[in-house]
Write a protein that binds this ligand. Structure first.
Ligand SMILES: Cc1cc2nc3c(=O)[nH]c(=O)nc-3n(C[C@H](O)[C@H](O)[C@H](O)COP(=O)(O)OP(=O)(O)OC[C@H]3O[C@@H](n4cnc5c(N)ncnc54)[C@H](O)[C@@H]3O)c2cc1C
Length: 285
């Protein structure tokens, strides 16, 4: 049976710093070229490998301005079968909740019998890692994040999930959603001929909010619960401190100066922490 795989792809600004538009409460995204979100490329690569291993039809889906069609054509050049662009001025200013809701409506309309949805684990612009999990809620399917390996066995998907320093094996029934880790599924480069075909012949369907039955009261800026109060680049503050005296004296001064912060970071009060033998040896040297 041909698997139906949907890959959610976001177009992100090619720069990490964009000026802030206080009047709209969002970034001046039109001031930068767009590119495919790096983590989405790993999700797309995973879809292409699943296609070559098990047989699949890949739909690349993006919500964004008309210019986002470019990343869908790049997805076609890499190996997706069709692209769907959900674009509507009503979606401008959408936060993750509205984005996930809109993507879910688009999937229900355009790919109702999907088996697998693959997402990147986060974007390089807002980086909340929320859309994948929110989409599982919207579509009421099982989901897992940070997949390093995906195996398909009939209606069961087995994944190796990256956790801090270990891998966890999980199994889910299809339809389900997976966000793909960025240390695996290294994206292939689209070939020049592939790009040419994708831009000249590839299918990108453009749909709007009304086409997916978006509730009339919903719009990006008005109904997004997230408010960006301020955007600023934190400035690194460095200060050199010279400690003088014996080793023990200097350690005591460090505890004095940084004890509270270290205690906070280590979640224990290091100022009152009992010394053990090992430390006494050092002091005597
Ligand atoms: C007040 C406000 C205004 C904003 N205005 C805009 C705006 O005008 N234009 C804009 O682009 N962003 C805007 N954003 C950012 C936008 O909300 C988020 O980028 C978007 O909701 C996705 O969240 P994220 O980047 O954290 O995605 P993450 O949860 O980090 O992304 C994980 C994965 O979800 C999928 N995904 C995420 N977004 C999309 C998408 N749009 N299409 C397809 N798949 C997707 C991808 O697979 C991605 O790898 C705004 C955010 C806020 C709070």
């Amino acid at each position: 049976m041909m698997l139906k795989v949907v890959v959610c792809i976001k177009q992100v600004p090619m720069v990490t710093e964009l000026p802030w538009d206080a009047s709209t409460g969002s970034l001046k995204r039109n001031m930068a070229e767009g590119m495919m979100n790096p983590a989405c490329k790993h999700a797309l690569e995973a879809a292409i490998q699943i296609k070559s291993r098990y047989g699949a039809y890949i739909t690349a889906l993006s919500m964004g301005p008309a210019a986002a069609e470019e990343v869908l054509r790049e997805a076609l050049a890499m190996g997706a079968d069709q692209g769907i662009l959900l674009t509507d001025s009503r979606m401008a200013g959408a936060d993750t909740l509205i984005t996930s809701h809109a993507l879910a409506l688009a999937i229900k309309k355009e790919c109702p019998d999907f088996d697998l949805i693959l997402c990147g684990c986060y974007t390089s612009d807002s980086e909340t890692a929320q859309v994948g999990p929110q989409l599982t809620e919207e579509l009421d399917v099982a989901g897992a994040a940070y997949a390093a390996d995906i195996q398909i066995m009939e209606q069961t998907v087995r994944i190796q999930r990256e956790c801090d320093d270990f891998l966890e094996t999980l199994e889910m029934e299809t339809p389900c959603l997976i966000t793909v880790a960025t240390r695996q599924y290294m994206p292939r480069y689209a070939s020049l001929s592939g790009l040419q075909d994708a831009f000249e012949k590839g299918t990108v369907k453009v749909i709007h909010a009304d086409d997916i039955g978006m509730e009339p009261e919903i719009s990006g800026t008005k109904t997004s619960p997230t408010r960006i109060v301020e955007v600023y680049s934190p400035t690194a503050r460095k200060k050199n401190i010279m400690l003088k005296g014996t080793a023990l004296k200097m350690v005591e001064m460090l505890f004095e100066q940084f004890g509270d912060r270290l205690s906070g970071a280590m979640a224990k009060d290091i100022k009152t922490h009992d010394h053990d033998d090992e430390h006494d040896e050092i002091d005597n040297e």
